[in-house]
Write a protein that binds this ligand. Structure first.
Ligand code: NAD
Length: 458
């Protein structure tokens, strides 16, 4: 699509916002309901696309993309009125008599740019938040998950308001053209390098951004941990979607006294989940592209393979893999892995784990497994990350009451639940004063007496 095409689409979407059609709650509700119908009525086509792009089975296509999106949108529908109504707040004595409210207003026309790893939910959940808040929306799915992108581009105009909600497919050129346009908010999910490109472009128009980025999310396993449960929860989170999950445990720091036991238990969990040959499992996904496959395959050499290690290029298959004796200066410990390779690093103490984590960028997620609650508290209190699950993995981001986002290099801003609507609305502060009382206290000329009274209140 040419730049002119992109700018026409954006100006059409902007006109739709300016016409006022996106503001009534009835319109927002109709769009959100239509989005749910779109997914439900076409789930086979969406699942097939996710299979083509990521080799994902129907169950995980549903749980992590389709069903997940529906659940978030249903929650928005249930709370639409509450989350978009004026919020009464206290009025300070100097403004009394009066009343104070924060009135949510849509921002205008917003751009949502999504990556390929959960290509439905990472596009539609932010877009639904923008719609619930009364904005018009331009959505840019990832070109890397091209089958899913095509399905979204096909169904969105069939179900949603064509004037106000559009999908622009494409890669770097199209996204670059989009970023040259003016938006009132840009919501980007993806890697930090492109995050910087987005933020630079946004600065030209003073457009606020939400950046949902990634990084190396650590998992700390204490000597007191329940190793069997930790192993299952780590293996599930690491190997779902073949490790292509922003909040997957990137690496494990495990107390040396339980390291062998953990590695063995992770191996057993892999067999429990995917059988002795994960290649044949209908539940095990594939790496998204040959480029991503080559990068991951080369990482396997960074340590000793303790579990898995097999690859099959023609299918972009990489077995669920565990590495021990890992070289800390190798790419597997320097870059976000974003694939089914799990380095295990032995530590002597929790302090050593804290030093390791705190010597690096703030991660998107952090996990700690310990039965000793003091250890859990110490890790939570002495680390900074986008979010934490204690004695578990990933689940802190699945509930709508814990806003999800990163901090520092792992991102800025958050969404899910009410936060996912608030990010797309301006909570305009409005103070309404009474004219019945107009004390001359704050007006000049100031006297010593007035000033001493003023100092008591201000
Ligand atoms: P990607 O390659 O699909 O890129 C993301 C989007 O940016 C795409 O729509 C793409 O078209 C666009 N893009 C790519 N290069 C661009 C450029 N030069 N200029 C403008 N736009 C460009 O996805 P990715 O970045 O490989 O995604 C994986 C990363 O995303 C990982 O770091 C992962 O941790 C992170 N991630 C974060 C979250 C989160 O919620 N925080 C979720 C998923 C993935």
């Amino acid at each position: 699509m040419s730049q002119i095409g992109v700018s026409q689409i954006v100006s059409q979407t902007r006109s739709a916002f300016q016409s006022g059609i996106t503001r009534p709650l009835s319109w927002r509700k109709a769009q959100l309901e239509a989005m749910i119908r779109m997914i439900e009525e076409n789930q086979d086509e969406f699942s097939a696309a996710l299979k083509t792009d990521l080799g994902r089975g129907v169950e995980e296509a549903w749980m992590y993309d389709l069903g997940f999106t529906i659940a978030e949108v249903k929650l928005m529908l249930k709370n639409l009125k509450k989350w978009t109504s004026a919020r009464k707040v206290p009025t300070p004595i100097v403004s009394k008599p009066g009343s104070s409210r924060r009135i949510p207003e849509p921002l205008g026309t917003v751009l949502v740019i999504a990556p390929w790893n959960y290509p439905v939910q990472l596009l539609l959940v932010p877009a639904a938040g923008a719609i619930a808040a009364g904005n018009s929306v331009v959505m840019k799915p990832s070109e890397v998950s091209s089958a899913t992108s095509a399905v979204l581009a096909k169904f969105v105009p069939q179900y949603l308001d064509k004037q106000a909600i559009v999908v622009v497919e494409g890669g770097v050129p199209e996204t670059t053209d989009l970023l040259a346009q003016k938006f009132e908010h840009i919501f980007y999910t993806g890697n930090g390098t492109v995050g910087r490109v987005v933020m630079r472009a946004a600065a030209e128009n003073l457009t606020p951004v939400t950046l949902e980025l990634g990084g190396k999310s650590p998992t700390i396993v204490d000597a007191s941990a329940n190793i069997d449960v930790a192993a299952r929860r780590i293996a599930w989170a690491k190997y779902v979607n073949a490790g292509q999950t922003c909040v997957a445990p990137d690496y494990v720091l495990v107390h040396k006294s339980v390291s062998d036991k953990l590695v063995k238990a992770i191996g057993e969990s892999v067999t429990e989940f995917y059988g002795t040959d994960p290649h044949a499992s209908k539940d095990y996904a594939r790496v998204v592209s040959p480029r991503h496959f080559s990068r991951l395959k080369s990482m396997i050499g960074s340590g000793t393979v303790a579990v898995g290690g097999q690859t099959e290029e023609s299918e972009r298959y990489i077995a669920p893999t565990v590495l021990v004796n890992v070289d800390k200066s190798s790419p597997v410990m320097q870059e976000e892995i974003f694939g089914p390779i799990l380095p295990i690093i032995e530590i002597d103490s929790i302090d050593e784990a804290l030093n390791f984590v705190n010597g690096r960028q703030h991660p998107l997620a952090l996990y700690v497994f310990a039965e000793d609650s003091k250890v859990n508290e110490k890790v939570v209190a002495n680390t900074t990350s986008g979010g934490v699950t204690v004695n578990g993995t990933i689940f802190h981001m699945t509930g709508p009451f814990l806003p999800f986002g990163g901090v520092g290099e792992s991102g800025m801003g958050a969404y899910h639940g009410q936060a996912g609507v608030d990010v797309f609305q301006h909570l305009k502060p409005v103070l309404k004063r009474s004219t019945k009382l107009d004390a001359p206290l704050a007006y000049p000329p100031y006297t010593a007496r007035k000033f001493s009274i003023l100092k008591k209140f201000l």
